[in-house]
Design a protein around this ligand. Structure first.
Ligand code: NAP
Length: 484
C-alpha cells in the first residue's frame, strides 16, 4: 500500500526545551521522519531554544545524534540527514530572563504558521507565554503546544489554564496526550463510527464489561523524584487512561471535528460516578534479592505513592448504566502492553447445550505492542465429534493488513505535531476536559489520603497485587492475561 502524504504549509516551529529529553527522543526524530516522508515543505524551519550556550552548528550536531539514536530504521532515501539539518537552528534563551528573545523574534516569520512547543517544566509555561507576548511573538495565529502534567490537581490545572489563557485563546492551545496520536486510537473511532457492525451493540445491553490496561515492565527509572509526588493516578489514569475511556465510551459526535469530539469526551468524564473505596487497588512493586523495590527506587522508605492502580468505574448514562469499566496500570509488570478489551455478553440462549461451553465475543484493541485489533468469534471446532464450539480471533494487525508503511507512519508525536501545523485540535485535550478529569480524580486521591491507605506490595514481573485479581473475581470476571 502506498501511503498518501499531504505536505503541510510552510511553518516555523520553536521548541523551548530543545535540548531536553523529550525533544531528543521524540520531537526531533519525529520531525525528521515527517521530513523523510515528504511532508515538510522546503521553507519549514525548526528552532531549538534553551539556556545551553550553543550555535546553529552545535545544535545541528545535537539533532543529528538524536536522529541517529532515536529515529528508528530509516528508508534508503532518508539516510542523508543534512537536508533536514539545513532547516534547523538554535537560539540561546532563558525562559526567565530577557536575553535571546530579540534574536528569536528576528528568526520567526510571523506571516507563516508558527508554533511554540513548551517542552519544559510546567513551572516555566507562564514565563514563556508572558515573554512571547512581551516580545511581540504571540500573534492571533500563534499556536502553543504543552505537555503533561497539566497540573497535579484541579486547582493547579485551573491556575495553569488561566496562565496560558492570559495570552492565548483556547483555539491556540494544543495540550498533547500522545496516546491520542496512536494509530489504533484513531482507528477505534473509525471502527466505531465508520461501520454499522459495532455501534448497535456498543452499550450496556450487549457489553458485559470493558477493560483498559496500560502495563509497563520498567520501574520509575530516573524519574523517581517526580513520580513519587505523582503516582499512577496522576501520571497515567487522570490523562492517558481517561482519554482512552472517553473514546471508547463517548456518544458519536455529529462530525469528526475538534469541538464535536471533545464535547462528547467531556460528557463521559462528567458522567463518571465517584469510585467506591473497595473498587480501588493500589500497589507498590516490592524489592527482590537482585532488584530494588519502589521505595528504594524513589529513595523514600515511607512512600505511600502507588506504582500500580486498578479501579472499577461506572458511567451514569443511558448507554453505560450497569456496565463496569475496569482500569489498571502499573510499573514492573510482566509485559509492556496497552490495550482496551470490550467483552460482550453471552448469547441470550445457547442452542448447543451445556457441553458446548461458554463463549463470548471479545474485541481487543491493542495500542502496543503490534498495534491492531482482534475480534474473538465463536465457531465450530473443525472435524467430527458433534458441535464443539471454539473462539478464534479475527486478527487485524495493521502492518499485516496494510503493509509496513502503515506501521511506519504511526509514531504518535509526528502525527500530533503535524496536526498542530494543520491547525487541527481534534486529538488534543481542551482545558475543560483536563479540569473535569481532575475534578473526578481529586476526591479519589483525597479519600485514600484520608484513610491513610497503604499500597499493597506486589511482585516484580507479575500482574500486580492479588487484590487487583480479586477486584475482577468478585464480579465473576478476570483480567485478560498480560502478554508481550
Ligand atoms: P528535560 O530533559 O529536563 O529538559 C528540560 C529542557 O528545558 C531542557 O532543554 C532545558 O535546557 C530546558 N530549560 C530548563 N530551564 C530552562 C529555562 N529557564 N529556560 C529555557 N529552557 C530551559 O525535560 P523533558 O524530559 O524533556 O521534559 C520536558 C517537558 O515534557 C516536561 O514538562 C515533562 O514533564 C514533559 N514530558 C516529558 C516526557 C519525556 O518522555 N521526557 C514525556 C511526557 C511529558 P537547558 O538546561 O539548556 O536550559
Amino acid at each position: 500500500m502506498v501511503s498518501r502524504v499531504i505536505p503541510v504549509e510552510p511553518f516555523d516551529l520553536v521548541i523551548f526545551g530543545g535540548t531536553g529529553d523529550l525533544a531528543r527522543r521524540k520531537i526531533l526524530p519525529g520531525l525528521f521522519r515527517r521530513y523523510c516522508a515528504g511532508q515538510m515543505p522546503p521553507e519549514a524551519q525548526v528552532i531549538g531554544a534553551a539556556r545551553s550556550d550553543m550555535d546553529d552548528s552545535g545544535y545541528r550536531d545535537f539533532v543529528r545524534d538524536a536522529i541517529t539514536e532515536f529515529a528508528g530504521p530509516l528508508s534508503d532515501e532518508c539516510q542523508q540527514v543534512d537536508g533536514f539539518l539545513d532547516r534547523v537552528g538554535y537560539v540561546t534563551i532563558d525562559a526567565q530572563g530577557e536575553g535571546g528573545w530579540a534574536e528569536l523574534k528576528d528568526r520567526v516569520r510571523a506571516e507563516l504558521v508558527h508554533a511554540y512547543y513548551f517542552s519544559v517544566a510546567p513551572s516555566l509555561f507562564g514565563d514563556i507565554a508572558e515573554r512571547l507576548h512581551l516580545h511581540g511573538l504571540a500573534g492571533d495565529d500563534s499556536r502553543i503546544v504543552v505537555e503533561k502534567p497539566f497540573g497535579k490537581d484541579l486547582d493547579s490545572a485551573r491556575a495553569l489554564n488561566a496562565t496560558l489563557a492570559k495570552h492565548f485563546d483556547e483555539h491556540q492551545i494544543y495540550r498533547i496526550d500522545h496516546y491520542l496520536g496512536k494509530e489504533t486510537v484513531q482507528n477505534l473511532m473509525a471502527v466505531r463510527f465508520g461501520n454499522v457492525l459495532f455501534e448497535p451493540l456498543w452499550n450496556a445491553q450487549y457489553v458485559d464489561h470493558i477493560q483498559i490496561t496500560v502495563a509497563e515492565t520498567v520501574g520509575v527509572g530516573g524519574r523517581g523524584g517526580y513520580y513519587d509526588t505523582s503516582g499512577a493516578m496522576r501520571d497515567m489514569v487522570q490523562n492517558h487512561l481517561m482519554q482512552l475511556l472517553c473514546l471508547i465510551a463517548m456518544e458519536p459526535p455529529a462530525k469528526f471535528e475538534p469541538d464535536a469530539v471533545r464535547d462528547e469526551k467531556l460528557k463521559v468524564i462528567r458522567a463518571l460516578e465517584p469510585v467506591e473505596p473497595h473498587h480501588i487497588v493500589r500497589g507498590q512493586y516490592d524489592k527482590t534479592a537482585d532488584a530494588p523495590g519502589y521505595r528504594q527506587d524513589v529513595e523514600n522508605p515511607r512512600s505511600f505513592t502507588e506504582s500500580f492502580l486498578a479501579l472499577k468505574l461506572h458511567i451514569s448514562n443511558w448507554r453505560w448504566a450497569g456496565t463496569p469499566f475496569y482500569l489498571r496500570t502499573g510499573k514492573k509488570l510482566k509485559a509492556r502492553t496497552s490495550e482496551i478489551v470490550v467483552v460482550f455478553k453471552d448469547a441470550p440462549h445457547s442452542i448447543f447445550g451445556a457441553d458446548a461451553g461458554r463463549h463470548r465475543n471479545v474485541l481487543a484493541i491493542r495500542l502496543q505492542p503490534n498495534e491492531g485489533m482482534t475480534l474473538d468469534v465463536t465457531i465450530k471446532e473443525p472435524g467430527p465429534g458433534g458441535m464443539r464450539l471454539v473462539d478464534v480471533p479475527l486478527d487485524m494487525t495493521f502492518a499485516d493488513a496494510l503493509g509496513p508503511e502503515a506501521e511506519q507512519a504511526t509514531e504518535a508525536y509526528e502525527r500530533l505535531i503535524m496536526d498542530v501545523i494543520r491547525g487541527n485540535q481534534t486529538l488534543f485535550m481542551r482545558g475543560d476536559e483536563v479540569e473535569a478529569a481532575w475534578a473526578w480524580t481529586d476526591p479519589i486521591i483525597a479519600g485514600w489520603t484520608a484513610r491513610s491507605d497503604v499500597p499493597k506490595p506486589y511482585d516484580q514481573g507479575g500482574s500486580g497485587p492479588e487484590d487487583s485479581l480479586m477486584l475482577m473475581h468478585r464480579d465473576g470476571r478476570r483480567w485478560r492475561e498480560l502478554k508481550a
